[in-house]
Design a binder for this molecule. Structure first.
Ligand SMILES: [Fe+2]
Ligand SMILES: [Fe+2]
Length: 195
């Protein structure tokens, strides 16, 4: 797979399992595709998509140390959600080690797992590229892909409905950023329906 960031691809190959490395390339490709469709910056989408999981195969202990050292305060929801740490640590790695300065690229990495309120176009593109990349397999992945091609907000909403329902059903923690993301999209939809 061709990339404008071969040095980052090389680095990722040393840091990630083969499966996760392949996933990163797939997300990069899908992010460029979604950026093209929806008019986001394709170069930023390529970079954020490629790098988003750079800390995915780092041990939880190291991730927590990295985050704590950075001065980012972890809420209780963060502390008890180790599956989210790679996104925050990935953002720090991109900023502090790779010296990526673009705030939109950095936020797309940081919020690729939780989502958040007021996501930018690029953040939605990367979030949905992660869910609809070529390596993803789940029952309605085809619907998700079609929806993301047509309407990013509708795809975000569809995903939020599913993951929040699933988290609650299994008695898991629901991160405030995810809830805020859901709430904002639901509110926009309610306002639109009223008009
Ligand atoms: Fe991730
Ligand atoms: Fe990912």
């Amino acid at each position: 797979m061709k990339t404008n960031y071969p040095e980052y691809a090389q680095l990722l190959e040393t840091r990630l399992t083969p499966k996760r490395y392949k996933h990163s390339l797939n997300v990069m490709e899908r992010a460029v595709e979604l950026a093209r469709i929806h008019g986001a910056d394709t170069d930023k989408a390529e970079l954020a998509g490629l790098v988003h999981d750079i800390e995915k195969n780092t041990t939880p202990k190291i991730l927590l140390q990295t985050i704590e050292k950075s001065g980012i305060l972890l809420s209780d929801a963060d502390l008890f959600s180790p599956q989210l740490w790679h996104a925050t640590a990935g953002f720090l790695y991109a900023r502090d080690v790779l010296h990526i300065a673009d705030p939109d690229v950095l936020n797309a990495i940081r919020y690729h797992t939780t989502g958040r309120a007021d996501m930018s176009l690029l953040e939605k593109v990367v979030y949905l590229a992660d869910l609809t990349s070529a390596d993803r397999e789940y029952s309605d992945v085809r619907e998700m892909r079609n929806l993301a091609d047509v309407d990013l907000d509708a795809a975000m909403f569809y995903d939020m409905q599913y993951i929040i329902g699933d988290l609650v059903k299994h008695g898991k923690l629901l991160h405030p950023d995810t809830l805020a993301c859901y709430h904002q999209i639901a509110l926009e939809r309610a306002r639109r329906a009223e008009r």
